[in-house]
Design a protein around this ligand. Structure first.
Ligand code: C2E
Ligand code: MG
Ligand code: MG
Ligand code: MG
Length: 288
């Protein structure tokens, strides 16, 4: 019966490959259609000063509102969008929506956006971004670009000039998921990042694994030495927050503060805190 089982496995294998291919094709055409129909929406995750607990900004996280699949996470569609050459278009759509949303927020609140290595390879990227900033008269100093170590790895020369030109315009640059990639300390020293984001894989294990705590400490002192402030991502509970609080001032984000939410939920949250800029007409309606 060993032979029979082998045969079954073979058929199962073929069937699952076929399903995978079909799913992949549906994903591709779904993304193409989604881009033309505006199915991609920005969600926002709070970024908080861990000492005061006050909101200091939001990270925009892409979501796909697919009619067939429901709300899809970026880990599913970003790699496909990169492969089929739609990442830049998709990202620009989301950034424009985010500018519109964030202009309603208190101007002291920052907006972080994640940028794919594919976009960073485009020599016109910073020009394109500046055009969008101007179009929406969004202050560059409120914008923070998050890039991962894999960006640096690919072409440090291009990345350095890109970062420099963005920084000259007042945009801030963070190194995202720090500690999980391949950036060397020499590269870190030679690139003018404004901030290091400690990956949540280390933050999450802060109280469970001694090694993770040591890594978090090391990243914090590296940030100190290089004068790059720190954001800790993946703060899931009070215990993690308490452990971090003893380590100096930093920004934090994670499910402890709140899950990513849509622009309407952010608006409600900020309105309750008096952190919403009320347009003049609306204010008049309120009092009249
Ligand atoms: P990231 O930039 O490191 O974003 C953090 C991810 O961790 C988000 O997942 C967020 O929902 C999740 N997260 C936040 N706090 C917690 C926590 O306390 N616990 C746990 N377990 N998870 C937490 P999401 O939204 O699925 O995004 C995944 C990744 O997709 C992002 O990682 C980012 O690299 C990428 N991404 C998101 N939006 C965009 C985009 O517009 N463009 C590009 N190129 N990449 C994007
Ligand atoms: Mg990020
Ligand atoms: Mg991150
Ligand atoms: Mg991460």
């Amino acid at each position: 019966h060993a032979k029979g089982r082998g045969k079954n496995r073979y058929f199962w294998f073929e069937a699952s490959m076929e399903n995978e291919l079909r799913f992949r094709n549906e994903l591709e055409s779904g993304i193409r259609r989604g881009v033309t129909k505006g199915e991609f929406v920005p969600y926002y995750e709070q970024q908080v000063d861990i000492d005061t607990g006050e909101i200091v900004g939001f990270e925009m996280l892409a979501r796909w509102n697919s009619p067939e699949l429901g709300l899809v996470n970026p880990t599913v569609f970003i790699p496909v969008a990169e492969e089929i050459g739609l990442i830049a278009t998709l990202s620009e759509q989301l950034i424009e929506q985010a500018f519109v949303d964030a202009k309603e927020w208190d101007p002291k609140l920052s907006l972080s956006v994640n940028i794919s290595p594919v976009q960073l390879r485009d020599p016109w990227f910073s020009q394109k971004l500046l055009k969008l900033l101007v179009k929406h008269s969004f202050p560059p100093s409120r914008l923070e670009i998050e890039i991962t170590e894999s960006c640096i790895h690919e072409n440090i020369g291009v990345v350095r000039s890109m970062i420099t030109s963005l920084k000259n315009q007042g945009v801030h640059i963070s190194l995202d998921d720090f500690g999980t990639g391949y950036a060397s300390l020499a590269q870190l020293r030679s690139l003018p990042f404004d901030r290091l984001k400690i990956d949540r894989s280390f933050v999450g294990e802060l109280n469970e694994k001694n090694a993770s705590e040591k890594i978090v400490n090391a990243i914090i002192s590296l940030g100190d030495g290089l004068e790059m402030p720190i954001t800790a991502e993946g703060i899931e509970d009070t215990k993690i927050l308490e452990a971090l609080r003893g380590k100096g001032s930093m920004k934090g984000q994670g499910y402890h503060y709140g899950r990513p939410e849509d622009s309407e939920a952010v608006r409600r949250r900020l309105r309750a805190k008096g952190l919403l800029v009320v347009p003049a007409e609306a204010a008049q309606e309120d009092t009249g």
